[in-house]
Design a protein around this ligand. Sequence first.
Ligand code: ADP
Ligand code: MG
Length: 619
Amino acid sequence: MSDKILLLPDHIANQIAAGEVIQRPASAVKELMENAVDAGPTYIQLIVADAGKSLIQVIDNGAGMSETDARMSFERHATSKIQTIEDLFHIRTMGFRGEALASIAAVAQVELKTKREEDEAGTYIEIENSVVIKQEPVAMPGGTNISMKNLFFNVPARRSFLKSNAAEMRHIVDEFTRIALSFPQISFSLTANGQQLFYLDKGNLKQRILQLLGNNYNAKLVPVKEETDYMNIYGFAGKPETAKKTRGDQYFFVNNRFIKSPYLNHAVMNAYQEMIPRDSFPMYVLFIDLDPTQIDVNVHPTKQEIKFEDEKIIYAFLQAAVKHALAQFSITPTLDFDLDASIQQLPSIQQPFTKQKEEAAASTSIFKGFTQKNQAHFIEKGELKHWKDFFEENKGAKNRTTEQQKQEQKTRPPMDDTAFASRTSQLISGEISEPVQLLHTYIILSSANGFLLIHQQAAHERILYERLLDATKGKTVATQRSMFPVSVELSPADTVLLEELMPDLQQLGYMIEPFGKNTFVIQGTPADVIQGNEKKIIESLLEQYKHFSSDLKFSKREKLVRSLARQQSVKAGTSLTAREMKTIAEDLFHCSTPNSTPEGNPTFMEFKKDYLEKLFRPS
Ligand code: ADP
Ligand code: MG
């Protein structure tokens, strides 16, 4: 028998490695933009075509590369940013793994032009499948101009995993937003298919936030700023009224790197406790700066998750900083800096401010408010809950409810799902009996064999879903022209989304017209949608859509229809007239799939006489 083990050729090894770093056009955007940022430019231009599938180009006026470095940069593990493993713990640059360019060159056709200020000529390199095809001198200004064409041209399986242009474009706008938010001193632009979507002049953080997330936030941002020896926190938190139903404008940056952290998010949410409705999410853009030795950014190939040396301190500081900021702006009436008792035992907490910092800080009103006994440096001992308990408790609660749900499913009266449609006519043969509403949520209706318990919102969602689906298949929906057309101003990202959805919305009875930059005029809405709230309707529609948009399996149209059905449905907790209840019941049983919501939850249950009998006479 011959031996079996082979070393993979470089280009295949690189393609495999690329799978971790480059999952979609947006990942390449992130890597190329981060490289540009690391080069210290004053501007960065991003150009994409076909949502990055055919072209991603990043131009910067940063340091540029020498001829040798230009060639070297495509080697795997080639980096100018670290030299020893020690350096890994002092990272101040965005990159350091030396994998991005090697990965990109393995899965796309790349053209690099780069020149250092001090060099006469720049270097042009063309590379494909990890192989250099061309290299020659080029005349150009100082900086780097890199184009990546036809992503995954040589890995068709990965190419077929890409989503629609609208979806991929949204990921790109997300990455662009994250990087542009963390470097307001650099000017950025984004051009897609020849159209400039963003031009961001350099400025301060607040200006950058408004440019990116929309002017709506103007006058609704509260500055957050706490400085200690251990860490600095700064940025902005939205006033409670900016809280939205879906997660959206929430950004953490640790040492300028965007990170996802449910744990830190929990700290901020706690700071807003009681100020915003449950299940709503406040806006925030918060920067945490601390000694790089206190974090490990190397835990994830895309570096979106990091490990903190001491998470608890950060949790406590963050929560206190946000609470304090909200209090400063007299948004929260009572102050309550409940912090974990164990935190104060930590050395970094017990260390006082340095004299110098103390003097500088003591003169500000923030300091005065914050150095009351409850600020992070001076926490009183007490029997406080450990932060983990909050999480665990929540998790426990969740598990319990799903357990309960399972239990409920088991005890649910037996229903035969097949041949349902034919049965529904039997269920409510003839006239619908006088319905009764229970808890402003359920409709009780007597049926041939017992009674039906209808969930009004679930049922209405099903009805609207089928109606809207019919509409997208050509049945036109009547539009009602608004007497007073209103205009809405959206963030640039939402503008991209709305433009994408416009043709479908038109078919569904919405008359929306572009009206200058990021502004739209709503001329009409579907006849059966109550008028007078058009602005809110569009805003919450976009929110709903984003809520569904992470779902791979649905088409754009399906998501839109689901969002609209969810949004327009009569909500649980709404009191209904007998007429309205009858209409819901009738419409429901005219649906082709009356028994479940589009998401598969039951819309009603039947309680049969036999079953009821058994409840009272268990044998
Ligand atoms: P990393 O960023 O992790 O070091 P990359 O593969 O992204 O690895 O890039 C490799 C090297 O190429 C970088 O370390 C840097 O020296 C150089 N480089 C890449 N892009 C640029 C750029 N836009 N300007 C200047 N140098 C760059
Ligand atoms: Mg890099």
